[in-house]
Ligand binder design. Structure first.
Ligand SMILES: C[S@@+](CC[C@H](N)C(=O)[O-])C[C@H]1O[C@@H](n2cnc3c(N)ncnc32)[C@H](O)[C@@H]1O
Length: 245
């Protein structure tokens, strides 16, 4: 009996995977039903419905000190940063990690998912110099802007050109480009943009001319796409830290 169930699962798995990549309606309905069972899932669905056009990554996964090399490099480049933006701060662990490196900075976490935002607000409630806001409330300019694992969509499907094409349809280059443009607009000249896990290269964005890649910043450790949605050769590895000229 157990063997029969395992066989069925093994047979169904590639069918479900292909349907998920095609965004087939029946798989979306099953996924949505799964999300509806959890408070976090309901918040993600709501965010997808309300902010369809400006939403980047939908998953809230995060943890404390997730990118030590990037945090340390930022602290080395801008030790006296006064204003820091963590765009897509999720439940706020990133804000705590940044506070560990920047004792005196004003830290602003911008988060589009209202449930994650509420958890983040609670996490940093005792820190008078840290605020959590919705992205539309971002104002002023920053010395450092972090967008870590935000400018992308679920990167599971990138094993071949067909999977890349489906992912690019769900998260087109234009959405990424608008996101990067918005973040660069928040940076003071000389300030730094720090990214991780982007689906496209910042170097291909329409504001790349305003940015100088920091030689020696960690390479982007994932498969990326060209603006037309083709997979990039590993040799075209992108950088993660940029100075606004
Ligand atoms: C995978 S989490 C990354 C959390 C954290 N930066 C990290 O790397 O650990 C991505 C977060 O970006 C948020 N997000 C997606 N689009 C956004 C937008 N337009 N403005 C602000 N936050 C956004 C999601 O709600 C999610 O919480």
């Amino acid at each position: 009996m157990q063997l029969g169930t395992m066989n069925l699962r093994a047979r169904l798995s590639p069918i479900i995977k292909a349907a998920r990549l095609r965004r087939a309606l029946w798989v979306r309905a099953i996924d949505a039903a799964g999300l509806l069972r959890m408070a976090e899932g309901r918040a993600r669905l709501w965010t997808r419905l309300v902010y369809r056009r400006e939403l980047h990554q939908t998953a809230p996964y995060t943890w404390l000190n997730r990118y030590p090399a990037l945090f340390d490099l930022a602290a080395e480049l801008e030790p006296d940063a006064r204003r820091i933006l963590s765009f897509g701060c999720s439940t706020g662990e990133e804000l705590v990690s940044l506070r560990g490196r920047f004792a005196h900075a004003e830290i602003v976490g911008a988060e589009i998912n209202p449930r994650s935002r509420a958890i983040a607000q609670h996490r940093v409630a005792a820190d008078a110099q840290t605020r959590v806001i919705p992205p539309e409330s971002i104002t002023g300019s920053f010395d450092l802007v972090f967008a870590l694992s935000v400018l992308q969509r679920d990167p599971r499907g990138l094993k071949n050109e067909m999977e890349a094409k489906h992912l690019a349809a769900r998260y087109p280059f234009a959405r990424f480009d608008a996101g990067v443009r918005g973040l660069v607009a928040c940076l003071r000249p000389g300030g730094f943009l720090i990214v991780a896990n982007t689906l496209y290269r910042v170097e291909d964005s329409s504001v790349a001319v305003e940015l100088e890649p920091i030689v020696g910043s960690p390479g982007m450790n994932r498969v990326q796409l060209t603006p037309r949605g083709r997979r990039l050769a590993a040799a075209a590895a992108a950088r993660t830290v940029f100075r606004r000229i």
